[in-house]
Design a protein around this ligand. Sequence first.
Ligand SMILES: [Zn+2]
Length: 109
Amino acid sequence: MLEIIVPALWTLFAIYIVWYCTSAKHYVPITSTEAKMLWVLHKNDVRCNAKRWREVRRIGKIVGFECECGCKHIQKRPLVSSAPALRIDSENSMLAKLDSSKKASFERD
Ligand SMILES: [Zn+2]
């Protein structure tokens, strides 16, 4: 009997670990401004003509929006995810390019 139960439990545990690492998600709180920006992006993406939207809340925090057309967006993130990569170098190089282009335009004038 034990030879059947132990492998079955290990299999269930392995399935749970795979689900947890790949599919399990939690809500990400966003601000009202971010929800409105997402709604405007939705309107532009699908050419939605709706005039109204409402915030979707979970445990008192805004986690998404619901459009008048019925579209609903909930901001979610996987429970297991890598930290966002730092892009400080690229931003600095972008600022350097911006500064050099400004300097060039000033020198031309
Ligand atoms: Zn819509």
